[in-house]
Design a binder for this molecule. Sequence first.
Ligand code: ATP
Ligand code: MG
Length: 627
Amino acid sequence: MLANLLQEERRFAPAPDFAANANVKQDAYARAEADPEGFWAEQAARLHWDTPWNAVLDWSGAPVARWFDGGRLNAAVNCVDRHVAAGHGDRVAIHWVGEPGDSRTITYRDLRDQVSRAANALVELGVGKGDRVAIYLPMIPEAVIAMLACARIGAPHTVVFGGFSAEALAGRIQDAGARVVITADGGYRKGAAHALKPAVDAAVAGLPEVRHVLVVRRTGQETAWTERDLWWHEVVDAQSAEHEPEAFDAEHPLFILYTSGTTGKPKGILHTTGGYLTQTAYTHHAVFDLKDGDVFWCTADVGWVTGHSYLVYGPLANGATQVMYEGTPDSPHQGRWWEIIEKYGVTILYAAPTAIRMFMKWGDDIPKKYDLSSLRLLGSVGEPINPEAWMWYRGTIGGDRCPIVDTWWQTETGAIMVSPLPGVTATKPGSATRPLPGVAADVTESGYLVLTRPWPSMARGIWGDMERFHETYWSRFPGRYFAGDGARRDEDGYLWLLGRVDDVMLVSGHNISTTEVESALVSHPAVAEAAVVGAADPVTGQAIVAFVIPRGDAVPEEQELRAHVARALGAIARPRQVLVVPELPKTRSGKIMRRLLKDVAEDRALGDVTTLTDSTVMDLISKGLRG
Ligand code: ATP
Ligand code: MG
């Protein structure tokens, strides 16, 4: 490996007062290692079970595990009712902020009543245990209510991000076999009402098996109406707020969720109830060090796994108070997030590197205008966080006092797997540090991250395609889970995620990671964001082609950036070409889609673009490269 930037020793030890008070102590690692099943049983016991399990883990049907076999529970009761029963009905569950400035405050009691009403409505519409329901909503409380109502009646939900096209939505409805779709007339994004219902109309036009479309009124915009359509406020509000919940088997399907599609066609990942809820609740408590009085804000959309695990199931299972925001960070101004943090006294912020780099690009003056002193912990998820962005997040947002938890996990893992424990694990910018207690990870000789032991929130399959599940994750290294990410372990045993296995570049016989070259570029003051690909090259096999977005008003200079990378990583990593672009192609969940840049760099037709945020970006980039 190259001597590089990431190895620069910038270690942040935990603050002693924080360590004394942390929810999880240093000894958790050793205890979990000595008895992993006992450790997870202890975590499962934090939930309410109607029937206790017979066995913690049955791995005889590997790679499909059965966790807490024989146990029965209701996920919605765990997330809502039990907190009301414990006397916390008046506690705020969600401070919701609409993009236009409207807001709603929802207590745990309100949530219980609304989830019960929605559950009764679904039953009335003929939805029963095991039936799939598609949810295509903006970031409004009804998204959470709908998910929990499904969970309450044992109907697996499949949430589709509200920005996906009709085609992408239709594919997911069909693949999941959903008979009911829950949507809204529209939502607010970037300062305007953005219609959702027309995409549903187009998606279900060719799907006669969809019986009902339940529509939340959010924007009040005109919408076409068919005999399948029903208004949420007519059907749900008329229901009783009493609903008798049933307990389901621990392995009863909870949801199907499609991956981000960063590396190819999205996969419909199946999660079940008991293990998933155990690990999301545990990790939310341990990694975010949740305390009474915290105000937690996970900025992810419910349409991807971070929203499922850390906006819905984990925090609500822990009875947390949260912020939920409908819109984009720049509406109506670029300080919107900081304004929300100031107003609600947010203590824990969980966001993606893509957002952090965008704020860096916008400049420090914006967050500096707000009082961010309520923050005490910062999280990152979704992509490797470049050390430069990590330092910025820590200093400018965290005031150099908040620990940062860089959390590695996937749709398939269901919950956080690799992350520091705040106050316990010393951090290094750019490293997700080490596996959490109860989790076992390794790096193969070939440099791949593998998980070596089953974990409670592991995927139970790809919906309708167990063969692909087996082949994608469990066949390369028998008995071990192949995550598809490259990684390195340093001399302290810390893990560094180096990008997708498919993205590793081979230049003149040397393996070079996209993450490292990107981090070198982002460490240059003129660069806010970078994406790097290996393009076929007649001389070197592959050559590095970099795409960069300028920071603020800076004008990055190609030769200077090429030399900067060579200085940081060695001459072998010097990009053949550096292109300055206005935007990078990203998935809806904010990840850079390098495969599309590679298609451009190699002059090929673009692969699957259904999860791309903005298709015009690719035209601009192609022109830049060829023109
Ligand atoms: P697809 O599987 O369809 O290609 P995807 O992998 O982007 O899409 P997700 O499940 O949303 O779909 O993302 C998981 C991936 O995100 C991980 O495999 C990893 O590559 C990346 N990732 C998430 N968190 C981190 C992190 N903290 N550090 C580095 N990489 C991360
Ligand atoms: Mg993936």
